[in-house]
Design a binder for this molecule. Sequence first.
Ligand code: PMV
Length: 336
Amino acid sequence: MKATAVAPANIAFIKYWGRRDAKLRLPYNSSISMNLNACITTTTVEFSPCYHADEFMLLTQNKFIKSSLELKFNELEKERISAHLDRIRDLANIKDMSKVVTINNFPKSSGIASSASGFAALTLAATAAAGLDLSEKDLSILARFGSGSACRSVPDGFVEWLTGDSSETSFAYSLYRASYWDLRDVLVIIGSEPKKIPTSAGMDNVTTSPLWRVRLRALPQRILRIKEALKTKNFVLLGRIIEEDCLEMHRGMQTQDPPLFYWNDKTRKIMEAVYNWRKDGLAVYFTIDAGPNVHIICEGKDEQRVTGLAKTIKGVEAVISNKPAQGTRLTKEHLF
Ligand code: PMV
């Protein structure tokens, strides 16, 4: 009753911000994302009568930290993970407690979707350990209950999460495989401090922004445009829509009550640098999630130039270049 899964984080090109049903985590709008090959969570779950309570261990390991470092889940996070394990125990009709060991190769809670890769890996590892063999669609639905964006880390490559009109119809599917388009997400890390306001709490107030309705009205058309950009591999169109949607989501966050400010001075500096590089003829666009770090989207042919430029910006802690990645999968390499 032990299984291990590997899941990628994902970057949203069209963002998910706000839930019309918080309990079922049903979003107000569909979102579109790309899986990231260099921001990965690996999780091993074992159910056994030997455990008297769920035990968790969270590690981080990357090239900046020589040996793996143990981090702590806070109480709320532990409750959220246990609640997810309970859903899986109910489905599998088992009562055993579990041991969960999980390792991220990127900082937790810093606007890099650790909840997405984390809950996607947990969902696949725990269901497999419990003896369930779920379809990709059912895994995506189940992962959504842990964290909305996690449902997008399940399928391959470029993904759409459908709003749906019920739990069964709100899942993510692959629009294109990872090999479809050689894009990069050059992730510029300027702060790996945990964020103060978790996205779940932030999303509760989404409707207090006067701009929320404006974005919701604009989204169906924007989603059609971005799908066209993906279909025709029109990078300039894709980049413009990605930036447009990011800025609109953040304007919404900043005008919520209470307002949410995820950017800092370094974030703004990088956004400006991206504009300047673009003026100089480099095809680059930015997007930012619920944290200060900036994702610079470019084509594979410009990767070296973009990473080189990003590293010259003062205050940058790390630059992680991501290719499109396959979705969540099982591995035989257990963590314990
Ligand atoms: O599902 P969560 O709690 O990881 O929320 C994700 C929210 C954003 O990262 C800001 C946008 C998105 O679509 O990923």
